[in-house]
Design a binder for this molecule. Structure first.
Ligand code: PMP
Length: 290
């Protein structure tokens, strides 16, 4: 198990971080998860742009240039035994010699990266869809930043697991924001609806791809706020993320999503979007453009 830590690739067992690291003490850092298919990254530049936005948001200078990130991610893939992988990378504000909330001076950031297998939903899971629960979004007001401070997301996701479900859909002031680790799409009368980007949700790389594919294939889209009440009235609900891709939510708070024959089953637009997504991925990979 080779990982990257502060400029070096080394065995996991030899990778040491100080317990005074601000990532450990304060969750003072940001991260990204980049999907790799057949040893090629997908949407790497988009992920690196979002990393920059997250770093800007917490006022931490990017320790590496885009070219350096690209090279290190490529090298990480070379060390990984997995053809399909997810590259996790994180940057923290480093380890000071004391615990003080205020930014330290003269401390180097900690940069960490490792690869693990990418397991996207298999055919069986896609045929069934997954269950979700709703919960009040009790996170902070900078959900647009991909920070290490994931305790709220952890507790919210566990609510889903406690109910035998896969995801928790978050509701703030009566409006749907996103999932605990995914973005949310709804289909109603053939129109694809998703909330607008704001400080209340993560700007998903997959969200952008899905919206783009919808527009490109002539699917009517509406980017607007979604009332929680609209969820159970929807024809289809999907969660999207780099690791789940496009996955139907077929049960919500113990009730079936959708109507009539289609109730509780993944809908046709979601299945179509999944195919478009695979096709786009394959086209990008074949062209070696990512
Ligand atoms: N929202 C949250 C809170 C997430 O953690 C994720 C997963 N990174 C997403 C949305 C989806 O983002 P992406 O499509 O870039 O993976």
């Amino acid at each position: 198990d080779i990982v990257y830590l502060n400029g070096q690739f080394l065995p996991l067992a030899e990778a040491k971080v100080s317990p005074l690291d601000r990532g450990f003490l304060f969750a003072d850092g940001v991260y990204e998860v980049i999907p790799v298919y057949s040893r090629q990254t997908f949407r790497l530049d988009e992920h690196l742009r979002r990393l920059q936005a997250s770093l800007d948001g917490i006022r931490l200078a990017n320790p590496l240039s885009t070219a350096q990130w690209q090279a290190r991610v490529r090298e990480m893939i070379g060390h990984s035994p997995f053809d399909d992988a997810q590259i996790y990378l994180q940057v923290t504000r480093g380890a000071d010699d004391k615990r003080d909330h205020a930014f330290p001076t003269g401390v180097a950031p900690t940069v960490f990266m490792f690869a693990s297998p990418l397991v996207t939903p298999d055919e069986n899971l896609r045929r069934l869809g997954v269950g979700a629960v709703t919960a009040v979004d009790n996170r902070w007001l900078r959900c647009d930043l991909k920070t290490l401070a994931l305790l709220a997301n952890v507790l919210l996701r566990q609510q889903a697991v406690d109910h035998g479900c896969a995801e928790t859909i978050l509701v703030r002031d009566g409006f749907v924001t996103e999932g605990s680790a995914s973005n949310l799409f709804l289909v109603k009368n053939g129109v694809l609806v998703t909330p607008p980007k704001s400080h209340l949700m993560l700007p998903g790389v997959t969200y952008d791809v899905v919206l783009d594919l919808a527009v490109r294939h002539g699917v009517p889209t509406e980017v607007r706020e979604i009332l929680a009440d609209e969820l159970l009235d929807a024809d289809e609900l999907w969660m999207t993320s780099s690791t789940k891709e496009v996955l139907a939510i077929t049960r919500l708070d113990g009730r079936l999503v959708g109507h009539g024959e289609g109730a509780g089953k993944p809908g046709p637009l979601g299945e179509q979007m999944w195919r478009w997504y695979q096709q786009f991925k394959n086209d990008v990979m074949r062209a070696g453009r990512d």
